[in-house]
Design a binder for this molecule. Structure first.
Ligand SMILES: [Zn+2]
Length: 433
């Protein structure tokens, strides 16, 4: 019975997400969000002891004035933050045990529990109810599958951890297989080849490794759609992947805090405004880059309200050709911890990406790391090691403007590979803090 109800809900959300937002004008979306957020705030206030106290007497119609919350705050107060009275020790115990055993089926009273990856070391808990799980599955089916449920699909999902959140989407028309990115990629190739996915969803770093396998002839895939998740997709990587997969690379933007955005068929990254509201916290005077303040008015068990994410985003100001009026994210540049600061001046990850992108020598992989206040280390992995000296000179000359501006800055270039234990691709890092 429980499974039947779940399936029914998935289909209901699938239909809703397939058709609803396409017809909404911008002002209808705004009005809908305003109404839903106010209702949600009142509900959360009655259910979450911590948030109720944090918000004090600020009424729901003034929700834009609610104090901003963040991950550190949420993790510290998780027991009184969540609305189902789940003790955080118990949730952590379930989540860590799942990660250790790689068996991701245990739940907390029918609720899905998991850990987010956390690039900056801090692991986040996520807690999702059955209804929220159905909504998530319905949205993925509606937005990610080319042709929707009219056709059968085989989905390969490369992730750091499986979860009930994903395997819940299993259905007659949908074969779904999970590939653990902590295992050696070679051990997956046979199963991946046999599945021959119509939909391939994977972190950028794993897509790049799959690309090498395809280019070398060790793997033959013909997915109808490829989605990059979990790591920012740079223009250069998108181009490299597009030339191998012979199609655009779409994006999923999701984190513990919610399923924030997904690319439409025209490959614009639309915010899921049926459930997510984003306010920009501007980072620069020109109001180009911002950190998103997220309110997810569909999340009940783990409320996400005026929640600051430390990602660096930019808006697109062009209407999308697909016709949907939801906001479009032009780029996810990286995380706020990745901003390199020299003599109090901030340089965004994009600055370094662009310098490396125009180096003529073929660079397979690179890392730009601020190791000290006035020291930057560039590690490069080259296709042809004998070209290191020329690559080094080209990189240093690419940074000549930066060096002129900051004469005391030391830039070192070395050949190698940055040890990447949590398997999350970060090309620009500030480790000097
Ligand atoms: Zn679009």
């Amino acid at each position: 019975m429980r499974i039947l109800i779940f399936k029914f809900r998935v289909i209901w959300f699938y239909i809703k997400f397939q058709f609803w937002i396409k017809k909404q004008s911008r002002s209808e979306i705004d009005a809908y969000q305003e109404r839903e957020i106010r209702k949600h705030i009142d509900w959360v206030r009655a259910q979450s002891p911590f948030l109720s106290e944090l918000w004090g007497n600020i009424p729901a119609d003034k929700w834009r004035e609610l104090p901003i919350s963040n991950k550190a705050m949420m993790m510290e107060q998780f027991t009184t933050w969540n609305t189902i009275g789940a003790p955080s020790e118990e949730l952590f115990r379930i989540a860590f045990e799942s990660e250790r055993s790689r068996d991701f089926s245990p739940m907390y009273k029918h609720h899905t529990v998991g850990l987010s990856s956390g690039t900056s070391g801090q692991r986040g808990l996520f807690l999702v109810t059955e209804l929220e799980r159905a909504r998530y599955a319905g949205m993925i089916l509606a937005r990610a599958l080319p042709g929707g449920l009219k056709r059968t699909h085989r989905v390969a999902f490369f992730m750091r951890a499986n979860s009930n959140l994903y395997t819940g989407s299993k259905n007659r028309k949908l074969e779904f297989q999970y590939f653990d990115i902590f295992e050696n990629l070679d051990s997956h190739l046979e199963r991946l080849q046999a599945l021959n996915p119509t939909l391939l969803i994977s972190p950028v770093s794993t897509l790049l490794k799959l690309r090498e396998k395809i280019e070398s002839g060790a793997l033959k895939l013909s997915p109808e759609r490829v989605f990059a998740v979990a790591e920012p997709l740079s223009k250069e990587d998108a181009q490299r992947l597009e030339s191998t997969f012979k199609q655009p690379i779409y994006q999923f933007y999701q984190c513990t805090e919610g399923f924030i955005a997904i690319s439409c068929e025209k490959n614009s990254l639309h915010v899921n405004e049926e459930a997510i509201h984003i306010e920009p916290q501007w980072l620069d005077e020109t109001r180009t880059r911002f950190m998103p303040i997220v309110t997810d008015f569909s999340r009940k068990a783990q409320p996400i309200t005026r929640f600051l994410l430390n990602d660096i985003l930019t808006w697109s100001d062009q209407p999308c050709a697909c016709g949907k009026q939801t906001r479009v994210i032009a780029s996810i540049e990286g995380r706020i911890d990745d901003i390199i600061t020299i003599d109090t001046r901030d340089y965004y990850p994009d600055y370094f990406r662009r310098v490396i992108a125009i180096v003529p020598t073929e660079i397979r992989e690179y890392w730009v790391i601020q190791t000290k206040l006035l020291e930057i280390k560039v590690i490069v992995s080259l296709k042809n090691q004998s070209e290191f000296e020329s690559a080094r000179e080209q990189i240093l000359s690419g940074f000549s403007e930066l060096r002129n501006k900051h004469p005391k800055l030391a830039i070192e270039v070395e050949a190698g590979v940055y040890p990447n234990e949590n398997k999350k691709l970060r090309r620009v890092m500030n480790l000097s803090r």
